[in-house]
Structures are given as structure tokens and as C-alpha cells.
Write a protein that binds this ligand. Structure first.
Ligand code: ARG
Length: 721
């Protein structure tokens, strides 16, 4: 049985570069004839120049990086932007108060003067892409693995800055195919972005974490913003007299709807994949990294949720951070399950065997997998320690903040530190603490700290404990096996730390000294675990990372050589990509078939009055019962289609991405992936992978019929046929 699977897999590995069209996150600038021809074969009706052009307005000009990790699209001549609700989430939460709770009640600007400025939020337009491989290679030739990992980031920044100097643009160089190609992406960043509209969370996050990463899905995951520029058309900070951005291109919006099999194309900024991860990496992930992370997040989420349920102010305070932790808690849990279920470890081993067979006699690759084995063997014993530090101990917001004070400690400890340096370090800490206090919920954090300190003790190999710390905890607070001791310890930290005490904190900042800092209970915790790691294990991690990067570069070089002439796409790295596929139903398991659309009727089926995740606003219930669907009704379903699925290849970062039809018109917003294909960062499954999209007609129905914001509908270029 295994052998059959293995040989099948070897076969499919060689096919991978020309795999089914659905796999692939293509660079729009470098589509090539082969990929474009395939897009046309699949149904695309627009020219290559309309997809991406340096000389004329093209679709790429309507696609933006939204904030720090999402995609958005321009949909009107006045800089209107559609993105996901979960992408606007922090901005919506920040604009909210218990009295004006936009997260809970939604918000609709009926005119531009009602729009709400979102400090800290920006959008970036892609200006151009330039190949700078030769320039980078010139600078990195001959570097050892360690030198390369240390120096490369600085070299890339330096070259990017030089190339964009004085242009007013930002340049960032992305490494493609694991540092075998380097492309400079030039962006123009706009910082005056305003909240224009959002449905209440009961629509925008309907189904919550229960439905997250799942199909069927009934979430209205969208929010609306507008980007502004200065009067003379330049990027500018917020100013009342800024004017709406005049885009080079904005997307027309189609209300014709989708059918099973229709062409669909998604532009956006997928954040990261690792499709050439080795079997060694997969194993470490499924054995150690993912389960550790999931277990620790379970506990953190549980304590946060307990407090969020009790009080709307706490809910608003913790909402953004909770959503982020929960999203990837479920992702990594699902990823492990799917990696195991689809035998991805064995598949990777087969890929490596195939590669080794090809590489026979090429000395450069002789020791590749033996070297991989060596570096994983050396690092594996400490991998858990690292996750328990980052996701556990530093998962306590108080300890994470205390840990950030190490910079101040370093400055204070420097013999020749100037007064200016100290003032600078103190000022930075002042601002950071103010932000920390705003976001801090003491009860949940205290529970988290007690729990993760105990988990570290129980789960991490005893030889790797910060032994002085646990010795102190045991002798001061009682038996290290008892939960009570950790609770007493956490109580002690929270009642004594100066970080949570304004008077003590201010006194410290007036004349900061290391002795006071070192005595602080929260700081002591942070430094006990940090020093334990830094003094004993960081070296292993640095070596491992450097070697892994270097070997990865070599492996990919070989893979590219082996597949010469075939069209290949580089791993996602938060640079603009286009993916194409079709609207498509699927069979998740034996005897079950999933339809390709979900409807408003399904939203009503899931409705649970008063529920945290499945409640609905009264006006939705009303309009749905009255079947007041207007021009947004789907002719076949005689209902509002809320979501649909496609075969497109996307990943986190693509959230908010436009889904376009064959004519390049907006038909939806990508917002999630399905559970059955959560191994997608490492192995794309061409049968089961689906992108979950919001149907743009549901968005429009909510804006128009529930929000009453016909002003926004009028701004759009609606296509009815
Ligand atoms: N899974 C989605 C993504 O990463 C985010 C969904 C947010 N919704 C939620 N219930 N957490 O793209």
C-alpha cells in the first residue's frame, strides 16, 4: 500500500510545476505566455495588459495592501475600499466605545464628513516590480550560512533604500524561491484612511470561531474604508481638508452572480507559504511545534473569553487580540490534522528521494538531506522550549511587556550611556506602557500567567527549566505540582509589579535604575525565562535557522534546475499575486457533497437569539422574512447568496482580496480557506482546497437594505449583465 502511495507521489512531484491551474500564486508581472494562455483557456476575457501594466491603468492599480497584513480593493473613483470585516476589526474596535459600539451595532457614514479617521492604518499601492537579483548576488557571494542570515536583511534594506531614494516611495526587496531570486517592490503609502461602513459583528463575524476556517459558511465578512490624499494629490497624514484619493483604476462591481464552474481570479497579498518544506520540517511541526502552540493558546483563550463574556468594555478591549490568537489557534490545530491525514510527511520524503535520484553525481547536493537530518537532530530537543517561551510565558501580556523593558535595562547597564540615550529609552518605555495599560485585562492575564508557568514546568524537559526560578517559586508559594502554588505566585506578581502601579512606575521613571528593575516581580519572571533561553538554547536556534535557510536555498536551486522550462511560482511572501480557478462544489468526505453557495436562508437556520456567535440583528431578520432582496437576489436561488467557494490558491494575507470574474469585474471578497485543506501552506491539495468568498451581492444588500447607505451604492460602477 505504502509503495503505491509513494510512487504515485513521486510521479506527482514531477508534475507539480505544471500542476492543475488552481495551484499557484503567480506574480502578475511575470505571468508568462504559458500561464496567461491557461487563464484564457479557463475562461478569462481580459488582455494581459489589463491584468498588469507599467504603461496604462490596469487591475493591479486597484489592489492595495490594507494595514499590515490584509488586502483591499478600490471600488470607486473616490478611493472607496472594500476589505474584510476581520481586516478592519482593530480599526472598528478602536473607533468604538461602550456608548458608540460600532463592533456591536455597525456603522454607516451617510456622507463623507461622517467617516471616522483610523490613526495608524495605511494602504499601499504597488508602483512597480524590478528584478534586482544580480545586485543582491553581487553583495552576498561567498558568504557562509551564518553570515548570510545575519547580513541579508540589512543588504536588502540598503539596496531597496538606495533604489527608491528621493522618490517618495517605499522599496522592499522580496526573496523568491528561497533567496534564488530577488525582486524589488516599490510602493506608495497613504496614511489617511477612514472608516466608512461596517455591518454589526453579528453579520461581519457571524459564526465566530465555531465556523472560522469552515465551509459551509454564513459570515458577512466585509468592511468599507476610504483613502484620502492631500489636495495636491500626494500621500498625507490625516487632515480635515484632504480629499478622496483619485485612483488610476477602480473595479467595476458585477451583480450578475456566480454559477458552479465559473472562472474566478483573485488578486492579493498572500502572506506566506512553505510549499518546499522538507519532511524534517513537517515532522517537527506535527510532533512538537503545532501541538505545543495549540495547547498554550487553548488556555490563553479560555481565560480571555471568561472576562470578555462578563463585560462589554473588556470585550472591546480584548476583541482584536483574542481574534488574532483564536484564528491561528484553530489554523495550526487543523494544519496538524490535515498534514497527518494526507501523509504529507511521507509525500515530502518521496519528493526528497526523487530529488536525490535526480541529483546523483551533482556534488553540490551530495549531502543535502544528510545535512538537514543533522541540523534537525541538533535543534529538535529544544524546539518545545522555544514555543513554551514565546506562546506560553510571553503569552502573558504583562510578562511580554516586562520583557520589552530589557532594552531599557541594556541602556541603563551601559557604562558610558549618555543622558540622551537614557531619556530616549525612557520615553519609548513611557509610550509603550501607556499602550500596554490600555490593553491590559488583569484578571485574565493573571490566570494566564499562573497556568502557563505551570505548563512550562510540567511539559518542558526538567533539564531545561530555569531552575532558580522554579526553586524560588516552590519554596515561596508551595508544592510545584499544585495549581495553587502557581496561582499564589501569579497573585504575587500582579500585586507587586511596579508596571501596574502608577505611583511606583512614575517614581521609577523619574530616576530609572537597574536595581529597581531587576527586583520587579514581572521583570524577574521575564528575565528568568529569557536568560534561560538566551544563555543555553538561543545558539542552537540561531545555528539551526542559518543552516536551514542555507540548505533551503540550495534545495530550491536544485528544484529550479530540475524543472527548467516549466512554469513555477515562488512561495507566498506578502507580495502581489494572482491566482485563478473556478467556482466549485466539493466532496469533503465519503457520501457528503458541499454545494458551492450558501444563502440567507442558511443564515437564518443557524440563528440563535442572544448567542455570542450566532445572534443576528433585528433588521436582518425583518428584511429576510419580508424577502426584501431587490436587485441583489440570486435568480436561481430566489434568495440572497451570501458566500461561495472557488478552487483558487490563497492564504492568510489574501483576506479582503477581490474575487474577479472573467471580465475582471468584482464578484466577491476572499475571506477564508476550508478546514479540509488547512495543510495548504505546506502542501496544496488540488481536490479539496477551496477559497471561501463573500458574494458581493450580500455585501451590497447589507449596505443598501440594512445600512441604508445608498450613497455608497451610487458611488460604484454596478454591472447588471
Ligand atoms: N480565518 C480567517 C483568515 O485568516 C479569518 C477569519 C476571522 N474570523 C474569525 N471568526 N476569527 O483569513
Amino acid at each position: 500500500m505504502k509503495k503505491t502511495v509513494l510512487s504515485l507521489i513521486i510521479f506527482s512531484f514531477f508534475l507539480r510545476p505544471i500542476a492543475k491551474a488552481d495551484e499557484g500564486m503567480w506574480l502578475p508581472m511575470l505571468l508568462g505566455e504559458q500561464v496567461y494562455a491557461d487563464m484564457v483557456k479557463r475562461g478569462l476575457k481580459v488582455s494581459k495588459e489589463q491584468l498588469y501594466s507599467m504603461n496604462q491603468a490596469s487591475i493591479k492599480d486597484a489592489i492595495v495592501i490594507f494595514g499590515g497584513g490584509c488586502t483591499g480593493e478600490i471600488v470607486s473613483k473616490e478611493g472607496l475600499i472594500f476589505t474584510n470585516h476581520h481586516c478592519g476589526y482593530n480599526a472598528i474596535a478602536s473607533a468604538s466605545s461602550v456608548e458608540h459600539n460600532y463592533l456591536k451595532d455597525g456603522f454607516w457614514a451617510k456622507s463623507k464628513d461622517q467617516e471616522i479617521s483610523s490613526p495608524g492604518l495605511s494602504v499601499q499601492f504597488l508602483v512597480k516590480i524590478t528584478d534586482v537579483t544580480d545586485k543582491v548576488n553581487e553583495r552576498i557571494k561567498g558568504l557562509s550560512a551564518t553570515e548570510l542570515t545575519q547580513k541579508l536583511p540589512g543588504i536588502l534594506t540598503e539596496i531597496a533604500n538606495k533604489e527608491t531614494e528621493g522618490s517618495g516611495y517605499e522599496g522592499r526587496i522580496a526573496s523568491m524561491f528561497k533567496a534564488n531570486q530577488f525582486l524589488l517592490f516599490t510602493y506608495e503609502r497613504f496614511k489617511d484612511v477612514r472608516l466608512v461602513g461596517t455591518p454589526p459583528e453579528s453579520i461581519g463575524k457571524f459564526g465566530g470561531d465555531t465556523d472560522n476556517w469552515e465551509w459551509p459558511r454564513h459570515t458577512g465578512d466585509f468592511s468599507i474604508f476610504r483613502v484620502y490624499m492631500s489636495k495636491d494629490g500626494k500621500p498625507a497624514d490625516f487632515a480635515a481638508d484632504n480629499v478622496p484619493y483619485k485612483p488610476k483604476y477602480s473595479l467595476p462591481v458585477s451583480i450578475k452572480g456566480v454559477k458552479d464552474g465559473d472562472y474566478s481570479m483573485i488578486y492579493g497579498y498572500p502572506g506566506g507559504t512553505n510549499r518546499y518544506e522538507t519532511s524534517f520540517g513537517v515532522k517537527l511541526k506535527t510532533d512538537v511545534e503545532n501541538p505545543s502552540l495549540v495547547g498554550l493558546r487553548d488556555v490563553r483563550l479560555k481565560y480571555m473569553f471568561e472576562e470578555m463574556k462578563k463585560d462589554p468594555a473588556t470585550k472591546l478591549q480584548l476583541a482584536g487580540s483574542y481574534a488574532g490568537i483564536a484564528n491561528y489557534w484553530k489554523f495550526f490545530d487543523g494544519e496538524t490534522q490535515q498534514l497527518l491525514k494526507y501523509h504529507v510527511y511521507e509525500e515530502k520524503q518521496a519528493n526528497e528521494a526523487a530529488f536525490a535520484a535526480w541529483a546523483k553525481g551533482k556534488t553540490e547536493y551530495d549531502n543535502l538531506f544528510a545535512d538537514y537530518q543533522k541540523i534537525y537532530d541538533a535543534w529538535r530537543p529544544y524546539a518545545k522550549q522555544r514555543v513554551y517561551l514565546n506562546e506560553g510565558i510571553l503569552g502573558s501580556p504583562l510578562v511580554a511587556f516586562a520583557s520589552s523593558l530589557q532594552k531599557l535595562d541594556a541602556t541603563l547597564s551601559k557604562k558610558d550611556a549618555t543622558k540622551e540615550e537614557i531619556t530616549k529609552a525612557t520615553d519609548a518605555v513611557k509610550t509603550a506602557r501607556a499602550n500596554f495599560i490600555k490593553s491590559e485585562n488583569i484578571t485574565s492575564d493573571k490566570n494566564i500567567l499562573g497556568a502557563v508557568t505551570q505548563m512550562f514546568f510540567n511539559d518542558v524537559d526538567a533539564s531545561q527549566h530555569p531552575s532558580n526560578f522554579y526553586h524560588w517559586l516552590g519554596t515561596t508559594f508551595g508544592d510545584l505540582k499544585s495549581k495553587k502554588s502557581y496561582e499564589a505566585y501569579a497573585d504575587y506578581v500582579f500585586s507587586n509589579t511596579m508596571i501596574l502601579d502608577d505611583a511606583k512606575w512614575n517614581r521609577f521613571l523619574e530616576a530609572p535604575d537597574t536595581a529597581t528593575l531587576h527586583k520587579d516581580a514581572a521583570y524577574m519572571t521575564a528575565s528568568a525565562f529569557n536568560s534561560n533561553f538566551n544563555n543555553n538554547y538561543a545558539k542552537f536556534f540561531t545555528d539551526f535557522s542559518a543552516q536551514n535557510f542555507y540548505l533551503g536555498k540550495t534545495y530550491l536551486k536544485g528544484i529550479l534546475e530540475m524543472n527548467k522550462g516549466k512554469k513555477m511560482y515562488p512561495d507566498a511572501n506578502f507580495t502581489m499575486r494572482v491566482s485563478y480557478g473556478n467556482v466549485k462544489s466539493y466532496t469533503p468526505r465519503d457520501a457528503v457533497k458541499y454545494n458551492y453557495v450558501c444563502t440567507l436562508s442558511g443564515v437564518l437556520e443557524k440563528y440563535k437569539p442572544g448567542d455570542y456567535e450566532f445572534d443576528l440583528p433585528a433588521n436582518l431578520l425583518e428584511k429576510a422574512k419580508a424577502k426584501d432582496f431587490g436587485q441583489y437576489m440570486d435568480a436561481t436561488a430566489k434568495d440572497i447568496v451570501v458566500t461561495y467557494i472557488t478552487t483558487n490558491d490563497i492564504t492568510g494575507g489574501n483576506s479582503g482580496s477581490p474575487v474577479l470574474n472573467a471580465k475582471g469585474e468584482l464578484i466577491g471578497l476572499a475571506f477564508d480557506g476550508n478546514y479540509e485543506a488547512l495543510s495548504h501552506k505546506i502542501a496544496f491539495d488540488k481536490n479539496l482546497n477551496r477559497t471561501i468568498c463573500l458574494d458581493v451581492r450580500y455585501l451590497l444588500w447589507v449596505v443598501d437594505k440594512l445600512g441604508g447607505a445608498s450613497n455608497l451604492i451610487q458611488e460604484l460602477d454596478l454591472k447588471k449583465i
